[in-house]
Design a binder for this molecule. Structure first.
Ligand code: NAD
Ligand code: TYD
Length: 355
């Protein structure tokens, strides 16, 4: 049985990864999370009492706490998902992105490397540091072509520049110190438990509440959407079988314009929530995002050919499941949007820093 230290496990993708590890494997998981506005332990209530799950309320920028966590838990691998992740926030306030995504990744790499150096030969050679990143590091595509693992980095937003920096640090730690890393760069995720500032949950919840559905620019920017559980299963596979020092792109072969995405959500809601139909009447064109990348599209052939991964969910089935989840989980939504969550945290965790 392996023990995985997951950073950012209270976030959207990290919580999906942890639910899979606990429900589908015999691995144990330590979730290390600072619990920013985007981190929510309510996403983990279904597995929180499992003896194979532990939570550590720690900031990845706190090297002393990281050292303690490694010493106490002795993990076999790190999956690094903790990050500031929202492009719009990175435009209005980049400082946290530099701090967590760049400085935090550096501090985590050093704490991990010190721990790795302390392991016996067998555990040292089995250890893995899996860095989870984004396709946004590659910049923007024109009308044709795909991002491959050898596409040059051309990040355009403070978010993508901070993630690109972290990718470079991870790469350097492998080449310089022989630190055993794998990196994945994934396209846009969607699914349950996503903080409602990102396009899909924002549009679902605004539509249900009769609020405008803001479309940046003309709505013709293209994203390549992947269901979050498909991403989580790809991450587990890369951790298990990925080649050291290699990068794997993960994507759903699922390109949609933003307008297509919003129309699909409205059509599902017209069916499941007919009050307010047609929901497309709420579509509102707003000022474009500064430096808005035109198109992202992943060539996912390497992970398919080398590791045999392919997504299970189509956009149609995954989007319907996602809309159904948001309609059925009003408490979760209210918790993350109303400040109730912070109260819940205090009641459940008090001032304790660790579980
Ligand atoms: P998220 O914003 O939902 O979750 C991030 C988590 O990290 C939160 O739980 C937050 O509390 C935690 N965190 C933030 N700063 C921290 C710090 N200093 N120390 C410890 N924990 C901290 O993000 P997500 O969408 O789940 O993304 C997870 C990872 O996947 C990120 O690295 C992101 O760059 C990458 N990624 C996301 C997408 C996507 O579409 N969401 C696509 C590709 C890659
Ligand atoms: P987002 O979910 O923020 O992800 P990313 O910027 O990482 O791709 O945005 C997805 C796309 O949707 C992106 O092209 C910006 C656009 N968008 C809107 O048109 N309106 C919105 O309110 C939001 C949040 C995003």
């Amino acid at each position: 049985m392996k023990k995985i230290l997951v950073t950012g496990g209270a976030g959207f993708i990290g919580s999906a990864v942890i639910r899979q590890f606990i429900n589908e494997t015999d691995c144990s998981v330590v979730n290390l999370d600072k619990l920013t506005y985007a981190g929510n332990l309510q996403s983990l209530v279904s597995i929180a009492d499992n003896p194979r799950y532990k939570f550590e309320h720690v900031d990845i920028c706190d090297g002393g706490q990281l050292t303690r966590v490694f010493r106490e838990h002795q993990p076999d691998a790190v999956m690094h998902l903790a990050a500031e992740s929202h492009v719009d926030r990175s435009i209005s306030g980049p400082a946290d992105f530099i701090e967590t995504n760049i400085v935090g990744t550096y501090i985590l790499l050093e704490a991990s490397r010190n721990y790795w150096n302390s392991l016996d030969a067998q555990r040292k050679s089995a250890f893995r540091f899996h860095h989870i990143s984004t396709d946004e590091v590659y910049g923007s595509l024109g009308d044709s072509g795909f991002f491959t693992e050898t596409t040059a980095y051309e990040p355009n937003s403070p978010y993508s520049a901070s993630k690109a920096s972290s990718d470079h640090l991870v790469r350097a730690w492998h080449h310089t110190y022989g630190f055993p890393v794998v990196t994945t760069n994934c396209s846009n995720n969607y699914g349950s438990h996503q903080f409602p500032e990102k396009l899909i949950p924002l549009v679902i919840l605004n539509a249900v509440n009769g609020k405008p559905l803001p479309i940046y620019g003309k709505g013709d920017n293209i994203r390549d959407w992947l269901y979050v559980d498909d991403h989580a299963s790809a991450l587990r596979l890369v951790l298990e079988r990925g080649k050291l020092g290699e990068t794997y792109n993960i994507g759903g072969w699922n390109e949609k314009t933003n307008l297509e995405v919003v129309h699909s959500i409205c059509a599902i809601l017209d069916d499941l929530h007919p009050q307010g139909a047609p929901h497309t009447q709420l579509i509102t064109y707003v000022a474009d995002r500064p430096g808005h990348d035109k198109r992202y599209a992943i060539d996912a052939n390497k992970i398919a050919n080398d590791l045999g991964w392919k997504p299970q969910e189509t956009f149609e089935t995954g989007l319907r499941k996602t809309v159904e989840w948001y309609l059925a989980n009003d408490d979760w939504v209210k918790g993350v949007t109303s400040g109730e969550y912070q109260k819940w945290m205090k009641q459940n965790y008090g001032d304790r820093k660790t579980s």
